[in-house]
Design a protein around this ligand. Structure first.
Ligand code: SF4
Length: 457
């Protein structure tokens, strides 16, 4: 009963968050930067911030995360961090030899008012950025938004590097949003099957799901090269997955390089994957191969086979807006009832979308953007559910309320598999469904009286 003090009565809170359903902006920026090939992320702030960002990503991905820091002490905190960052850029290129350094700010450097473009100019003038190397930066003040905002800001900084070529390169820029490395791999596989040539950024596959080979590599083989990111300005179109994670970058490319963009939902579940495949097919001017139709059919088959165990089951969800929108739609489409939904990332558009998706459920849904897990727990106490889907922190609520729990989203600190097995696409839908059914049927086996305890379900 770790959360035994959570009261059932809900009182209005304006200036207090308890158990936030989010983490800090730079974590998202660091994750995005790791999707650039031969890139060293750099945290412009104190060592403590950087240690926290790295350790959170390491705990989730079970991989060492390399990142540098401006190591602010009292002096930098008072006089600004320019000297530290210029020195850091020099040291990083000299000692670690990355091709790219992707700098994000922190609460402290933003509060001081450090101006990254001006500091980068100074570093270039002082010849601290070697020929052919790149420094890019994103503002990520953590007192605004969430880790999702930080991810979006870093991806936007990548899009700002785009160069409008003389000719179109025939590729679709695909901005996948914050999904797992395995999801990025799956998105590339699906695009390949549709016959769409894509230029995807960022791409953490091959970076945070790498093999243990016995040989140390400072920079893993994966990631999108800076040349490809720059070439995105010559794309025939941009497909951005997720309004919160990817839309800003796509719209910037549209404005600066005249690359038309479509913003669609992340391809979790049946309908969102349908729209993703259709959008790819339309931009690429190809048709959908049988292989994809068969994968879709398998997902539909599992839904219809197991519908009796899914129908009407109440679900509480916590996570990031782009993921939750697609997941809510998936659950509604298989006749489950998502009833309590919380994201820590602000944005009233989220609540509107969720209400639209759940409009035909015949009941009001509790939904809150910029909410917290304390509120989610209170909602569950007032109206119990059959299942929780969310990040590892849900385990406290699941334990206290004795609820089946599927780990999905960020961060997952106490299980494995999320970085290796995709949940996007039709195959990903099968995995999601397998996980949901697994915990629901385990619970049924546990609770059924002996006369109803079945061998075959
Ligand atoms: S001080 Fe700000 S940037 Fe640093 S770890 Fe805390 S929330 Fe994140």
């Amino acid at each position: 009963m770790l959360l035994r003090h959570t009261p059932k009565e809900i009182s209005e809170r304006k200036a207090l968050m308890i158990n936030p359903a989010k983490t800090c902006q730079p974590i998202g920026a660091m994750y995005a930067a790791l999707g650039i090939k031969d890139c060293l992320p750099h945290s412009h702030g104190s060592q403590g911030c950087c240690a926290y960002h790295r350790s959170t990503l390491t705990r989730h991905y079970k991989e060492p995360i390399s990142a540098a820091t401006s190591s602010f002490t009292e002096g930098a905190s008072v006089f600004g961090g320019q000297a530290n960052l210029v020195q850091a850029i020099d040291n990083i290129f000299t000692v670690y030899e990355p091709k790219v350094v992707a700098v994000h700010t922190t609460c402290l450097s933003e509060t001081i008012g450090d101006d990254l473009p001006q500091i980068f100019d100074k570093a270039k003038k002082d010849k601290k950025v070697p020929e052919g190397k790149t420094v890019l930066g994103a503002p990520t003040p953590s007192y605004v938004g969430s880790h999702v905002t930080g991810f979006s800001n870093m991806v936007k900084a990548m899009a700002a590097m785009a160069e409008q070529g003389e000719q179109k390169n025939g590729k679709i820029n695909l901005i996948p949003g914050w999904v797992e490395p395995a999801d990025m791999e799956e998105i590339k596989r699906l695009a390949g099957l549709v016959g769409a040539k894509i230029n995807m950024f960022p791409d953490t596959s091959g970076v945070l799901d790498g093999p243990l080979t016995g040989k140390y590599k400072m920079f893993p083989d994966g990631g999108t090269s800076i040349e490809d990111i720059k070439a995105s300005g010559g794309g025939i179109g941009t497909l951005a997955l997720g309004e919160w994670c990817s839309a800003d970058a796509a719209r910037l490319l549209d404005t600066t390089c005249k690359v038309p963009c479509s913003v669609i939902d992340m391809p979790f579940g049946l309908k969102a994957t349908d729209r993703f495949i259709d959008a790819l097919r339309t931009i690429a001017g190809t048709s959908v191969p049988d292989e994809i139709a068969i994968e879709r059919g398998k997902l539909v088959d599992m839904v219809s086979d197991m519908h009796q165990y899914l129908y009407g089951k109440k679900v509480a969800l916590v996570g990031d807006p782009d993921q939750l929108i697609a997941m809510t739609e998936f659950l509604v489409s298989i006749d489950m009832s998502p009833v309590h939904i919380v994201t820590g990332t602000p944005g009233k558009k989220f609540e509107k979308r969720i209400k639209e998706i759940t409009a035909d459920m015949g009941r009001e849904v509790n939904v809150k953007a910029a909410g917290d897990m304390f509120l989610l727990h209170q909602w569950i106490k007032n109206e119990p559910v059959d299942l929780i889907i969310g990040n590892t922190y849900c385990k406290y609520i699941a334990r206290d309320e004795d609820l089946p729990f599927v780990r999905w989203g960020f961060p997952i600190l106490d299980r494995q598999g999320h970085q290796h097995f995709p949940t996007v696409g039709y195959k990903g839908g099968l995995r999601l469904l397998e996980q949901i059914l697994g915990v629901l049927l385990d619970r049924k086996d546990r609770d059924d009286p002996e006369e109803k305890f079945e061998l075959v379900l």
